[in-house]
Write a protein that binds this ligand. Structure first.
Ligand SMILES: Nc1nc2c(c(=O)[nH]1)N[C@H]1C(S)=C(S)[C@@H](COP(=O)(O)O)O[C@H]1N2
Ligand SMILES: [Mo]
Length: 251
């Protein structure tokens, strides 16, 4: 797996204009050039025009809920740090928030619930073409950002996750400040009136409901406010972005 990934990274690194066909380990074997970067860039500009930062993702009703909410990507992180939290029912979990903030802070799930508890029924769309409607319970990220005080020079919010896709390669994602402050952007700790299942990112995941599946970071360990993500991992703002995916994954 590591060899294939290194190969993939090399291949993609040498041809940054390619995007992959799907975002799970299986689809890596059938990856191929799909859309030229130029077209993607155009698509992104058109999306930016059509979907201003205030546009809302469609919300559904209880009757629309999918009977099964599948898991994709990591379903059970194997890192010792995660396993230790899991062994204690996530009681010791603290979301760390730092970087370009006035007051670095940490939050337990109960702390987040005390800030706010909202529910949102939205559709989760995957690159692979599969989608599911779920009821997400969480705390709007904007309120957490207000608590820590985002510094003026911060441009992105980076989510560092507990799972490693290969040893030393943790999953991570990022959104810009307008997306982070969007009213439908949640730090979610519940799904369909239950605590968030492990396969879907327990104890805390991101919901950015206007973007595709791979932006929805699961198993969040730490949030970092930055002015650039050039220094993080492959420098493209996310684990799959480092393999050629678009950073803005509008639906
Ligand atoms: N930490 C982490 N977050 C992740 C992934 C992952 O492997 N690790 N996979 C992503 C992808 S590709 C998708 S489609 C969604 C799947 O979310 P689900 O398992 O709740 O269906 O999570 C995203 N967030
Ligand atoms: Mo995905």
């Amino acid at each position: 797996m590591t060899d294939r990934r290194s190969f993939l990274r090399l291949a993609i690194g040498g041809a940054a204009s390619l995007v992959l066909a799907g975002c799970d380990r299986i689809s890596e074997s059938s990856w191929g050039p799909k859309v030229l970067n130029k077209a993607q860039g155009l698509n992104r500009r058109v999306q930016a025009l059509l979907a201003p930062s205030s546009a809302m993702a469609k919300e559904y009703t209880e009757a629309d809920l999918s009977p099964v909410f599948r898991s994709n990507g990591t379903a059970m992180p194997t890192t010792p740090a995660y396993q230790a939290l899991l062994a204690n029912g996530f009681r010791d979990y603290r979301l760390q928030v730092g970087g370009l903030v006035d007051r670095p802070m940490s939050f337990s799930i109960d702390d987040l619930k005390q800030i706010e508890q909202v529910a949102q029924i939205t559709r989760h769309d995957r690159v692979e073409g599969w989608s599911a409607i779920g009821k997400w319970h969480g705390t709007r990220l904007s309120h957490v950002l207000d608590k820590v005080g985002v510094q003026a020079k911060a441009r992105y919010v980076v989510f560092h996750c507990y799972d490693e896709m290969d040893p030393g390669e943790p999953y991570y994602e990022s959104v810009d400040i307008p997306e982070a402050r969007h009213p439908q952007t949640l730090l979610a700790w519940g799904l369909n009136d239950q605590p968030l299942p492990i396969k879907n990112g327990a104890p805390l995941r991101l919901r950015v409901s206007r973007q595709l599946g791979y932006k929805q970071a699961k198993y969040i360990a730490r949030i970092e406010l930055v002015d650039s993500f050039a220094h993080i991992a492959g420098g493209n703002g996310g684990y799959w972005e480092d393999y050629g995916y678009e950073w803005y994954a509008g639906i």
